[in-house]
Design a protein around this ligand. Structure first.
Ligand SMILES: Cc1cc2nc3c(=O)[nH]c(=O)nc-3n(C[C@H](O)[C@H](O)[C@H](O)COP(=O)(O)OP(=O)(O)OC[C@H]3O[C@@H](n4cnc5c(N)ncnc54)[C@H](O)[C@@H]3O)c2cc1C
Ligand code: SF4
Ligand code: SF4
Length: 662
């Protein structure tokens, strides 16, 4: 007979508020095998854990049941307690009396009865627990950072500075992300390029960083410490080793300035062969294979080729793949700006002087298409400009969440407008959210500069007598207002990248309801994902400004270097195992495994007097993450998950259905 100790935690009043904990512990003391049962106010506290350790020694316990809060939080805590007391950490079973009982069952008697049922099931199950062991696997101490915006740049530099090799994969021809497109940054009004460019150059020069620009990750296999990644390098049609970035080809291109420039947010044009922006890293030309007349139609004088004294243009370039082996991944793929075309009431894409926030940044920037002059489509200076907040954000019809940066960037742009023009400036807002360091003070400064703040979300922008008319409800005055201006700037929000679902699938990470990548725990594990070894940085996790993106990137880098500080990693102990005698070799389990942990092997066995060979499934213990998908797929019942065997799970079910009703 096993010797079981049962501990019912009050969790302050979290559990005790709804469950009669001492009644549950008295009930538990009468269950088969239970030699001691107690209730305690905070079992996870030091004295709580000490009490368990003393009972293990004093009562010679070999199994422990804890009725407390979510095992997600505290199972590791109590496993350590058992290990410190000399017991196998897997001889523990938790019953979730908080999330499964006190938070959802409000009648005290019902909640107490339900708690007793769950404890009875846990006691029945723990009796069947066995020792489990994990393996030690070596760690590949190289990291992959995906996305070269400020978050990816910071993460790559931090990991590289700690002495580890980093591959930085960026899908665009240059790193820099959205920050490279900004003019000044709130609230300090630093020139964005001035603070970003040195970091971009550091990346390109760092001996520990391999910058793989114009590339994308197409496949990820393996597991924490040992990922295998396939990267697709897009053809540049320019030999980077020869190109000096002189730009002669760009000048010569027959498509000069005829293609809307992505970097200029469509406010300026580029050639078919181009350098994304003057501070690009790497500073190399790239031929746009979808717009080059020679590559698309075979008809061009190939003036670029002639102009390049280095002979760097290579029209025979083609896509190629390479394989990387890394131990950890930081995802830093950033955001897309909300597409304001989906809200036609604001006239974006219809009325020529309605632009979005990124387009305004390019107008205001000295290296932008107007050399920093804020002008209308006809080249004249505007007399009045309206900034509209919350476009696409805080809106049940598009994104419910607050985009966090639009209030501040709209106010920054209002400041720039006042600074660079004589225009009257209006801000239409719902609330001002200025919660960062120095942000509220910046809001006051902009008010003092004479910007008119109108509390009310703009409803519509229309054109009348050559002016743009913004219609809104002024909620302070309690009446509708109409203001005529020359330019409207839409404070468009931040959305997940359009391909976030595919990227999430490639890296086996989950997304939260808003479509951004999900962190493992919003408070306690904000930079980790549910896939071990894959971390998040920057706006791919949710709207963030630059300081927050940088802070999270450094945190993610810290997690990576902490991982790399170890020489070996312990694999999961609760992994799948095949009973080869029962396995029919159908291999239904193989394609189901998201980690590629199952392979077919040929075994030799005796059948009567004959020796026969047959195929069966085998699980690679270092790849298996214990998700259990294969056990559900296995029709013969040959596959089982250690720690969740059929016997253990059925013991719980029987205890609930057939056991003595509480
Ligand atoms: C108009 C506007 C003004 C702003 N002004 C300010 C300001 O003044 N101050 C401030 O603090 N914040 C400001 N912000 C917010 C700022 O832009 C973000 O905080 C910052 O850019 C987030 O950086 P990131 O690296 O997470 O993402 P991004 O800048 O979006 O960078 C992500 C990078 O990942 C790359 N990428 C994406 N997918 C892949 C993939 N699958 N494979 C490889 N690479 C990929 C992208 O090409 C990009 O280079 C502003 C935002 C807007 C819209
Ligand atoms: S491809 Fe040749 S011409 Fe074009 S930027 Fe590079 S070196 Fe200059
Ligand atoms: S439990 Fe099965 S499906 Fe899940 S990782 Fe392990 S082998 Fe793959």
């Amino acid at each position: 007979m096993k010797r079981i100790g049962v501990y019912i935690c009050h969790c302050g009043t979290n559990i005790a508020g709804a469950v009669d904990c001492s009644k549950v512990s008295r009930y538990a003391s009468g269950l088969p095998g239970v030699v001691v049962a107690r209730d305690y106010v905070y079992t996870c506290s030091d004295p709580g854990q000490e009490m368990i350790k003393q009972d293990i020694a004093g009562h010679k316990l070999d199994r422990v049941v804890i009725g407390a809060c979510s095992p997600r939080m505290h199972e590791p805590t109590f496993r350590n307690t058992l290990a410190e007391a000399g017991l196998s950490p897997f001889h523990l079973q938790m019953a979730n009396l908080r999330e499964h009982v006190s938070w959802v069952t409000h009648d005290r008697e019902e909640a107490t009865a339900k708690a007793m049922d769950l404890i009875r099931a846990a006691v029945a199950r723990v009796t069947l627990h066995t020792d489990l062991a994990s393996l030690e696997v070596p760690i590949t101490k190289r990291a992959l950072v995906v996305g070269g915006g400020i978050a990816g740049i910071q993460a790559a530099l931090d990991i590289a500075n700690a002495g580890y090799h980093v591959y930085l994969v960026e899908r665009e021809p240059s790193i820099g992300g959205h920050m490279a497109q900004l003019d000044k940054t709130f609230p300090t009004l630093d020139c964005s390029a001035c603070i970003l460019t040195p970091k971009m150059v550091d990346v390109s020069r760092h001996p520990n960083i391999d910058l793989l620009a114009y590339s994308e990750v197409v496949e990820v296999a393996g597991y924490v410490g040992n990922f295998r990644v396939r990267v697709r390098h897009k053809p540049r049609y320019v030999d980077s080793s020869k190109c000096t970035g002189c730009g002669d080809c760009v000048e010569a291109c027959v498509m000069k300035k005829r293609i809307p420039s992505e970097f200029e947010a469509g406010m300026g044009g580029r050639s078919a062969v181009y350098i994304p922006f003057p501070q690009a890293v790497p500073l190399k030309a790239v031929v746009d294979g979808t717009r080059c007349l020679f590559l698309t139609r075979g008809k061009c004088t190939r003036a670029c080729e002639e102009a390049c004294s280095r002979g760097a243009i290579r029209f025979d370039d083609s896509e190629r793949d390479s394989e990387l082996e890394v131990g950890a991944v930081v995802l830093a793929t950033g955001y897309d700006l909300f597409d304001a075309r989906t809200k036609p009431q604001y006239g974006y894409g219809i009325l020529k002087n309605v632009i979005d926030g990124l387009q305004f940044e390019r107008l205001a920037c000295a290296s932008g298409p107007t050399d920093g002059k804020i002008v209308l489509a006809n080249g004249c200076e505007p007399e009045a400009i309206a900034f509209l907040h919350c476009i696409g954000s805080r809106d049940v019809n598009s994104n419910r969440y607050c985009s966090r940066v639009c209030c501040m960037y709209s106010m920054k742009q209002a400041h720039l407008a006042r600074d660079k023009t004589r225009a009257r400036v209006y801000e239409f807002y719902i609330d001002i959210r200025a919660a960062g360091k120095g942000y509220e003070e910046f809001y006051e400064r902009v008010q003092e500069e004479g910007v008119h703040f109108i509390r009310g979300k703009a409803a519509e922008v229309s054109e009348r007598d050559g002016k743009l008319v913004v219609r809104a409800e002024d909620t302070t005055l309690g009446r509708p207002v109409e203001i005529a201006v020359d330019m409207v700037v839409l404070g468009a929000g931040l959305t997940p990248r359009s391909d976030a679902a595919e990227v999430a699938q490639t890296f086996h990470v989950t997304r939260s309801q808003d479509g951004f990548f999900a962190e493992a725990h919003p408070k306690l594990r904000p930079v980790e994902t549910n896939t071990r070894g894959i971390f998040l940085a920057g706006a791919c996790q949710g709207p963030k400004d630059i300081p927050e993106s940088v802070a999270q990137a450094t945190a993610a880098a810290g997690k990576v270097t902490a991982l790399f500080a170890q020489d070996f990693l312990r694999t999961e102990a609760m992994i799948a195992q095949v009973n080869e005698a029962m396995c029919s070799g159908c291999l239904w389990c193989k394609p189901v495994c998201p980690f590629g942990a199952i392979e077919a092997v040929t075994i030799t066995e005796r059948s009567g007097r004959r020796t026969v060979e047959r195929e069966v499934a085998r699980v690679n213990p270092s790849l298996c993450q214990g998700c259990g998908a294969c056990t559900a797929a296995c029709r013969t019942g040959a596959m089982s998950l250690l720690g969740y065997t059929d016997r253990q799970v059925l013991a719980e079910v029987d205890a609930i259905c057939l056991g003595t009703p509480s």
